[in-house]
Design a protein around this ligand. Sequence first.
Ligand SMILES: [Zn+2]
Length: 486
Amino acid sequence: MPDWSERYEAIIGLEVHAELKTESKAFCGCSTAFGAEPNTHVCPVCLGLPGVLPVLNRKVIEYTMKAALALNCEIASFSKFDRKNYYYPDLPKNYQISQYDLPLASHGYLTIQVDGQPRRIGIRRVHMEEDAGKLVHVTGPDGREYSLVDYNRTGVPLMEIVSESDIRTPEEARAYLEKLKAILEYTEVSDCKMEEGSLRCDVNVSVRRRGQKEFGTKTELKNMNSFRAVQRALQYEIQRQIEVLEEGGEIVQETRMWDEAKGVTASMRGKEEAQDYRYFPEPDLVPLVIDREWVESVRRELPELPDARRERLIKEYGLPPYDAGVITSSKALAEFFDATVALYPNPKVVSNWIMGEFLRLLNAHGLEVRQAQVTPQGLAELLRLQDQGTISGKIAKAVFEEMFTTGKAPGQIVKEKGLVQISDPQVIEGIVKEVVANNPAVVEDYLSGKEKALAFLVGQVMKQTKGKANPGLVNQILRETLARSK
Ligand SMILES: [Zn+2]
């Protein structure tokens, strides 16, 4: 693939939809709980039956305001709701209550780290709307395909966060999404579960020659179910657009789908089919007048946010900025770190384990922190077992993996599997003598000055003890034994 970055740059904007973690829906009292039997959390209001009136849930404004303030936005003192009209089977009213020209919040930003440098990405607007239902496509016993519709999600409050077109690379897009997710988690306004659809993302992307002022024609990418997919889709789409331009072609404004399996984007619908939503003010809801006192009381409730927490870890624990950034990238990870350090007060050792083994296993299993079975108590106990010499560093990693998948306590795993480190000099000396006797050529090499030969002999002792021998002791006894045999 040719590298076009010298001659072209990409202009990327992101629209993120986050379901708010309220207990009831935006305009009725129905439950928002995920995973219920289809069409059990519905009522005449969210089904849009004739003659019903929506009533705004106050928590929806509070949560949106909280997130917007955490994103450094200005909160409008006057805002209103609009009807966005379109027909779709999962939208029983044929319109969605949303906000059009007067969103609740605007002019914010968040900061991402690019090559260790902070970079500010603008937030154009944050507004409220309601979610649509869900279509489930199935194949019947007769082989025919049909669709089922579940209205449980209809009317669940959504917050839409629209970035400025400040993002330039797929990596920045991913960093932006990760930071945004962290902020929403820290403020506890959304549970951000992408696998349950409570966090969704659409991307706008165009390319232009470097030095050119105007933006190129953009395409919109949909259907991405992870931040990694967003990054990959952008890499593909930017390359595709540049190749079209290089061949003298033109970019068509259209919506494209990301095909995760094939790793390509494909046209979904063109601009000529684009919807005219015929927005008009929602007549059943009064405009929102937000007084400053309310805004300030929500501002006072804001928790410590990722950037502040990162600074605190650097100051309080002396963690390197890189470590602090990784640890605070998710609230759950930061809490895991704090809880472990409270039990085992060696922050750098804890951070190494979290950034190393813990994140490696989470990635390998495709899990989030909250889904892992290992606890801060477990990690602290493991580190103490290692300090006491009960287990070696190598065994500790194996035990941690077992803790991660089974949730068992490290002491129990060590006991059950007989992993206690061998620290008895007599036992080790016996094995060392055997290894030395069985490898005369290697011993000869060592005695003639080849220091490397020692590592082989250490390896043999470790092999015989299944990695359980205390490595320091093995080294020491081996050197002494060899010195005597000179
Ligand atoms: Zn309802």
